[in-house]
Structures are given as structure tokens and as C-alpha cells.
Design a protein around this ligand. Structure first.
Ligand code: FE
Ligand code: FE
Ligand code: ZN
Ligand code: FE
Length: 212
């Protein structure tokens, strides 16, 4: 039977383990975000990824402060979950590279990352408070708020993408040839939504995108 002391030692261990886990995860995320920014079609999404990469750099530094406050060396522990989430994101990026749904795929992949982080930081902050590490708790809460902010921004972008696509249906007359990305993708979109046929290869002008 666990006494209070044993239980609290276990929670301290758990916190240390999860700090090392998220430290590894943040470093992997920091590597992935510039690739996702580069792949993003719309400027808004590209900027969101770029900004979050900067935030992520700060989050890594904050975790180093956490290690210091806990009297531990800053050392990551391999997190198979984030490796899997990022691997799946990479697969989606490749599969939808030439598809109009690419940004939607990128948003979905990124939100899976944010939700993993939110789960981790939320628990970590609560444990730190419970263990009396208020300094550590406030560092972790600061990052938690950034992750929630990033997630909300992605939700907003997801909604914008959907609205942009509905606007496009009304603008099908404005056909623009030559965008192979759009032509490849919008054929199925046009068919599935029963919207007006744009052209033989279904090329539709994208609004809200200023890349290329
Ligand atoms: Fe993060
Ligand atoms: Fe993990
Ligand atoms: Zn997860
Ligand atoms: Fe994040």
C-alpha cells in the first residue's frame, strides 16, 4: 500500500519522465515545423507554422529552465507517440502534396501534435503544482497556453479553408488553367460537391492563396 510519501515520489518520477518525453517531442516538432511551413499552400498557414516554430524554440528553452529547477540535466527521452504522429503527418504531406486538400491535411496533422502537447503540459502543470514546484508549474502553464493558442489558430485556419472553398464554388466561372496542383485536386472536389464543371481538367482558381 502506498503511503503519501511513496505516492508523491512516484508523481515526482512521473513528472521527470514526462518532462524528458516532451523535451524530446519539442525537438522533433521544431524540426518538422519548417518542413510543414514550406509545404503549406496558403500564406496564413505558412505563417502560423513559422510563428509556432519560433514559439517552440522558446518552449525548449523553458523546458531547460524546468530541468534546472528540478536539478536535472536537460536530457530528452524518446517519445514514440510524437514520432508516430509526425510520421503520419509526413505521410499525409506526401500523399496530398499535389492535392488541393494539402492545407487541410497539414492542419489536421498539426492539430494532432498540438493535442498531444496540450495533454502533456496540462498534466505536467497540474503535477508540478501538486508537488509544490510552483516555478516549474508556471513555466509549464505558459507553454500550455501557447499550445492552446496554436491549436485555436489552426481551428480558425481550418474554418477559413472551408469558407474559401465554398466561395470558390461561386467563382467557378473564373477559370484559370495551368495550376497543376489545383487541376489535379478540384476534379474530384467538383464532382463530389456537384458544383459547376470548371473546365475539362477541372482547374479552379484558388482564393486566399498567394503562394506561386
Ligand atoms: Fe510545443
Ligand atoms: Fe511521449
Ligand atoms: Zn497522443
Ligand atoms: Fe505546439
Amino acid at each position: 500500500m502506498a503511503t503519501t510519501k511513496q505516492a508523491s515520489t512516484g508523481l515526482q518520477k512521473l513528472m521527470e519522465h514526462q518532462v524528458a518525453d516532451i523535451y524530446y517531442a519539442e525537438k522533433q516538432i521544431l524540426k518538422a515545423l519548417p518542413k510543414m511551413a514550406k509545404a503549406a499552400y496558403t500564406a496564413e498557414l505558412r505563417e502560423a507554422f513559422t510563428e509556432h516554430a519560433e514559439e517552440t524554440q522558446g518552449q525548449i528553452e523553458r523546458l531547460e529552465q524546468v530541468f534546472e529547477a528540478l536539478g536535472l540535466p536537460a536530457k530528452g527521452k524518446k517519445c514514440p507517440a510524437i514520432d508516430g504522429i509526425l510520421e503520419e503527418g509526413k505521410e499525409m504531406m506526401e500523399e496530398f502534396a499535389d492535392d488541393e486538400a494539402l492545407d487541410a491535411a497539414l492542419v489536421a496533422a498539426a492539430q494532432k501534435v498540438e493535442h498531444y502537447e496540450i495533454a502533456t503540459y496540462g498534466n505536467l502543470a497540474a503535477w508540478a503544482t501538486q508537488l509544490g514546484h510552483d516555478d516549474v508549474a508556471s513555466l509549464l502553464s505558459e507553454t500550455l497556453e501557447e499550445e492552446k493558442g496554436a491549436d485555436e489558430k489552426l481551428t480558425h485556419i481550418c474554418e477559413t479553408l472551408i469558407n474559401t472553398e465554398s466561395e470558390e464554388e461561386g467563382e467557378m466561372a473564373e477559370v484559370e488553367e495551368g495550376n497543376d496542383r489545383a487541376s489535379k485536386a478540384s476534379g474530384s472536389k467538383t464532382a463530389s460537391r456537384g458544383a459547376a464543371k470548371a473546365s475539362s481538367n477541372g482547374s479552379a482558381k484558388r482564393t486566399g492563396s498567394n503562394k506561386r
